[in-house]
Design a protein around this ligand. Sequence first.
Ligand SMILES: NC(=O)C1=CN([C@@H]2O[C@H](COP(=O)(O)OP(=O)(O)OC[C@H]3O[C@@H](n4cnc5c(N)ncnc54)[C@H](O)[C@@H]3O)[C@@H](O)[C@H]2O)C=CC1
Ligand SMILES: O=C([O-])CC(=O)C(=O)O
Length: 332
Amino acid sequence: MSKVTIIGATGNVGTFAAYAVSVDPHVHEILLYGREGREAFLKGLAQDFADSFAARGTNIRVTWTTSLKDVAGSDIVVITAGTPRGPGQNRLDLALGNARIIAPMARTIGTIAPDTKIIMVTNPVDVMTCVALKYSGLKPNQVFGLGTHLDSMRLKSLIASYFKVHVSEVHTRIIGEHGDSMVPLWSATTIGGIKISNLPAFAHLPVQDFIQSVKTSGEQIIKNKGSTVYGPGEAIATLVKTILGDENRILTVSAYVKSEVHGIGGVCIGVPARINKNGAFPVTIRIDESEVIAYRESVEKIRATIHQIIGELENDKDIGPAAPKRQKKTRV
Ligand SMILES: NC(=O)C1=CN([C@@H]2O[C@H](COP(=O)(O)OP(=O)(O)OC[C@H]3O[C@@H](n4cnc5c(N)ncnc54)[C@H](O)[C@@H]3O)[C@@H](O)[C@H]2O)C=CC1
Ligand SMILES: O=C([O-])CC(=O)C(=O)O
């Protein structure tokens, strides 16, 4: 019996993520959390979902709340609460405002649901994952973010259509920041199991156009339709399924990296991680020299932002210091 809570359920991403997660047979209860004042919307959403589950023939309990106390007993808490960027804004512009929302929430979740896994979605996701990790006091494997998984899916889709192959034939990864300094790993990109650089057509691949397209994808979608919804919602559902199914799939999420990528780490950032019922465990990898340089830059960029944001939070009398760590070690 698995309970998944969506925090930010009245928002664009939260609403669809809740629906996407409901398809997973491991999920038995979905709790929709929203702010006080949003009770009517939450009630209506729960009723609408219940109708759709009945029509689909699935037996999922859907509940709603405006009290974080009800998050107790959740196997997974997906956090999409906070401000999205508008046209012309950078994700990092949201850092302090969203950190002020996430830090107290994470503190409460860490206290009342100490065994849960937190999937962070709120942007800038690498920074928010670090904030949630510090303020929840949960173990690093329990707190991770959507990170560059969605970017990796965007690149996969572009490569698949260029080579006219099924998307499942393409494996690729983008690591680093979910933002401008993201690092595509061509060294880890294969088509039909063959390293992409061993395919003669790779020489003609519009690599820079592809990277630019992935980097600006969120911005373009926001400009055209207001928000990105279905990409992130499905990506969240994949993470939920991977955890609850104890699948041990390797997905590129924003996880706390100690030194798994060429000894570089100390932040939460996009990295390939093995994901199972205990959470996310970064995989130790070796990548090309140019990729190492770009990844180091991305890590330093996130480190500087986190340092600044945590400093601001700790000096804020309404928020204060981060939680002490609850436990030291987890078995992988
Ligand atoms: N990591 C990723 O790949 C993606 C991240 N995002 C991020 O997810 C977040 C949500 O995006 P949308 O759903 O489009 O925004 P939205 O504005 O539609 O929804 C935001 C939700 O947060 C809630 N909220 C806002 N302030 C709050 C507060 N102080 N306390 C509690 N709840 C609060 C709202 O009530 C609403 O439910 C944004 O930060 C966005 O940038 C969105 C898409 C992909
Ligand atoms: O671009 C945004 O602000 C939303 C997001 O992170 C994405 O869709 O990649």
